[in-house]
Design a protein around this ligand. Sequence first.
Ligand code: XUL
Ligand code: CO
Length: 435
Amino acid sequence: MCMYFNIDKVVYEGPSSKNLLSYKFYNPDEEIAGKKMRDWFRFAVAYWHTFNSRGEDPFGSATFERPWFKKDPMDTAFAKVDALFEFCEKTGIEYFTFHDRDLAHEGLTLRESNKILDKVVEKIKEYMKSSNVKLLWGTANLFSHPRYAQGAATSPNPFVFAYAAGQVKKMLDVTKELGGLGYVLWGGREGYDNLLLTDSVLEEKLFARFLEMVVEYKEKIGFSGVLMIEPKPKEPTKHQYDFDASTVLYFLKKHNLFEHFKLNIEANHATLAGHTFAHELRIARLNGKLGSIDANRGDLMLGWDTDQFPTDVYETTFAMYEVLENNGLDCGFNFDAKVRRASIDPEDIVYAHVSSMDVFALGLKLAVKLREKVKPMIEERYSEYNSEIGRKILEGKTTLDELSSYVEDLTDVRVKSLKQELLEMVINDVIFGGR
Ligand code: XUL
Ligand code: CO
């Protein structure tokens, strides 16, 4: 095995270990709330941020000189596969995710691109035979190439629509071939900048038809993974058809696609839409649609998609509360996250993943405790619905007439205290008091 990452294998050593580069909480075989930790999480490394990114930002060029970047693009593609498997072996990460164009460069035609892709997929398959690394989900890049500047499925040009369809077809084939647990559609450019120039009816129809064809093809090839849409607002277009979880669910309902798709919820996309991460997870969960998670975080001081590694214990605890209530995920936790462009050593990528996995594992443990404390508080908050009138409302056995006469002469209608401050004490007590 190559040596791109100059570290020893990172293992679980427990909270009392003095070794910073060890797992203090992530113990894959430990059982928590009826499941092994590895099954709660299925952590994945994202090819695009980890093996492709060179640290560019809108104002600056590449800062990373990754040792797997070679002169010849094909050599780079193969070296990245070596780097992936070494990285997973050293960190204990068992899954990865990728777009078609992450694996290798694009050819002159789709046929040529597919041929290049196949060569790299072959190498991945070889590695997979002798390692326990698996594909979490696959996806197609329908946003980087200039042909997608005005959308992919919602492009005004049917040849672009067809090109996008061709890419997705290929990636569904590849994802099935590699045994992926899911397939993600992220509509990076599916939105509009100029409402007046947009035929909204046509664009919705096109997007819906595209998704329908994905379902048809999935069924045709017998791909058993879960299809997912990843909501994201604004960036890069002013409005996106997949703005947030509710918008996507509404779109799916309206176009009779609801039963075929789940959601891949990303933390940074939630905050860009003005929601918390936990809120988006809740909406997905309530609708039976929480399929997978893109684990990262934004910087609230910066209004864009910074895709930072998630190391905030409060946030992971609240997220794991929702995952617990969902009894896990169809897929897992994909680190759609990148190290800062000034963190230039390959080892920085290791620190980032190890520390985020640990903070999620801690979040899971804390969420189990928090749930015990919060459940009675919720029951108490809604307890008035156990009254006769409360039950009648819930059972649909009353009317506006009856309710109106019921309250007509009441003088003292009061709501119990919300107890927000008590809740905040409870949360801190769970996190820091260890209770
Ligand atoms: C972009 C983003 C994507 C998707 C996959 O913001 O999150 O990387 O996760 O296309
Ligand atoms: Co993402």
